[in-house]
Design a protein around this ligand. Structure first.
Ligand SMILES: [Zn+2]
Ligand SMILES: [Zn+2]
Length: 500
């Protein structure tokens, strides 16, 4: 049985309580305590989160060693009604690494690790408005769940009582927005909470279009500064404008259709943030706030993505896109792009064939498109886009034309830089391509809806034509598909010039 057996305080986190138990009984860390009370296997990671199974084990060992029922110590005395979100965003609102108010620790006779210190979006101690440190202000080394934290830095042993502690009173209002009460009530609405979490991830990777906001908030040095910057980005027009300028400048020339500012404002669930709605005074320039946004934290990049990009310069990681973003950036539909990406016509960062997991680097993609853009124009050529009628009329598709262009079967030129929104093809080659597509499609059965689009009529009209004996249903699919060869014999596609 332990010599000193305190009760868990109302506002104390579970890991904070275990750390205090370890501290007052002379152990060096939570894991050390767990080892001595015979919790096996000893938990030594994700100390901020205990699974149901771990809690069950902990309950038995703790009850034994405390000589009383430990279940009250394992129940949170604070409500976290806001904790569960459909997108799992809020479940990651509590960080796993220790965060400490050095003021609380150094000035209180019986310091408690407040559960709110683990809230990723909270920059400052709600009581002292001093930073919640997750690494030592003296040596910068990240904190571990060591009992040293009650007195000093576990690494350099600098004493908290001797370290300067400054209150950031000027940010009291911002801090207040995300400070829950001790019993867990948060004044932010769920939509606002979502936005603050999203913004925290945005601040971690200020120039990326791809953010992983449903990922655990990773440890980075001086996390409190990120949390504070996220709040300022949402609440201070000057800060927002400063970021907007720099982010757009960083994306100038990369894509005309997507950029981080666009992605960010589109992903916010509430549009009423002061920075978005506040007055932008004349002459408000980036220089009004001297903020360095160049800090792109690799820790905020999903491990799978970081692994795929390990051979790249980290500075270019911000141009990573997924499949839908690549389609947007190139100005084509995901459907057309899919023809290209499934045949690997465009360079892909990872090797997966699962569409939603595919990653691309816009820099590499634009390099691949470059030669097609720089080509000289053709004599007698046509420019087609995805909405050109010829694709429906010839039972073809824009994606397949692009693919034929990349594979060299058809000569093509891309009139717009970094874009697949239009393609220029010599007229005779386009005609040959379309006729070939039509013949290929008619070698098999064809969906009724495609036949209707080729003819430019309603589906019911296709049924009527079959009844009149113009062509037949495909034998094995009843009236959903048309027999290809009989349709080809009947169908005369319009001249190309009529359907561009
Ligand atoms: Zn404090
Ligand atoms: Zn230190």
């Amino acid at each position: 049985m332990l010599g000193v057996r305190p009760y868990r305080a109302i506002n104390e986190s579970l890991s904070g309580y275990l750390l205090r138990l370890a501290y007052v009984n002379g152990f060096i860390s939570i894991s050390d305590l767990l080892w001595h009370i015979e919790m096996r296997p000893v938990k030594n990671r994700r100390m901020g989160h205990f699974s149901d199974k771990e809690l069950e084990k902990l309950l038995a060992c703790l009850s034994e060693t405390l000589g009383r029922d430990a279940s009250p110590a394992l129940v949170h005395h604070y409500e976290q009604a806001w904790f569960y979100d459909a997108e799992r965003v809020f479940q990651h609102a509590l960080v796993d690494f220790p965060r400490v108010c050095l003021c609380c620790i150094a000035t209180e006779s019986k310091p408690i690790f407040d559960w709110r210190w683990q809230l990723a979006i909270l920059p400052l101690c709600p009581r002292h408005l001093t930073p919640l440190h997750n690494n030592c202000p003296a040596c910068c080394v990240a904190f571990s769940w060591s009992t040293d934290l009650f007195e000093r830095c576990p690494h350099c042993k600098a004493k908290w009582s001797e370290i300067e502690r400054k209150s950031l009173i000027e940010h009291a209002d911002l801090n207040e927005i995300v400070s829950p009460t001790e019993d867990g009530h948060l004044s932010l609405s769920r939509l606002q909470l979502h936005d603050v979490m999203l913004t925290l991830h945005r601040v971690g990777r200020p120039f990326d279009v791809l953010t992983h906001s449903a990922n655990t908030v990773p440890h980075t040095n001086d996390h409190w500064q990120k949390a504070l910057l996220a709040l300022r980005l949402l609440n201070d027009t000057k800060v927002y404008e400063n970021w907007r300028h720099q982010a757009q400048a960083n994306w100038a020339g990369v894509s005309a259709l997507i950029n981080p500012v666009h992605e960010f404002t589109n992903s916010l669930k509430s549009q009423s943030w002061p920075s978005l709605t506040g007055p932008i005074s004349a002459g408000l320039q980036a220089r009004l706030q001297d903020i360095n946004w160049d800090n792109q934290e690799p820790a905020y990049v999903k491990p799978a993505r970081a692994k795929a990009a390990k051979d790249q310069q980290q500075g270019s990681w911000c141009y990573h896109v997924n499949h839908p973003l690549l389609a947007q950036a190139l100005g084509v539909s995901s459907k057309a792009l899919m023809v290209l990406t499934s045949s690997r016509a465009l360079p892909q960062l990872n090797s997966t064939s699962v569409i939603r997991e595919k990653l691309f680097d816009l820099g590499a993609v634009s390099k691949a498109l470059g030669p097609y853009h720089q080509k000289r124009g053709f004599k007698n050529s046509l420019i087609v886009t995805e909405s050109s009628l010829c694709f429906a009329r010839y039972l073809s598709s824009y994606g397949v034309l692009l693919q034929s262009g990349f594979s060299g079967q058809v000569e093509m030129r891309l009139p717009n830089r970094n874009s697949l929104s239009a393609v220029e093809v010599p007229s005779r080659e386009l005609e040959a391509f379309l006729i070939q597509s039509l013949n290929d499609a008619c070698a098999d059965s064809i969906l009724k809806t495609r036949v209707a689009r080729a003819l430019g009529v309603a589906s019911t009209q296709v049924s009527a034509l079959v009844k009149q004996g113009r062509f037949q249903w495909a034998g094995w699919r009843n009236d959903e598909s048309v027999d290809g060869p009989s349709f080809r014999a009947f169908y005369k596609p319009p001249p190309l010039s009529d359907c561009i």
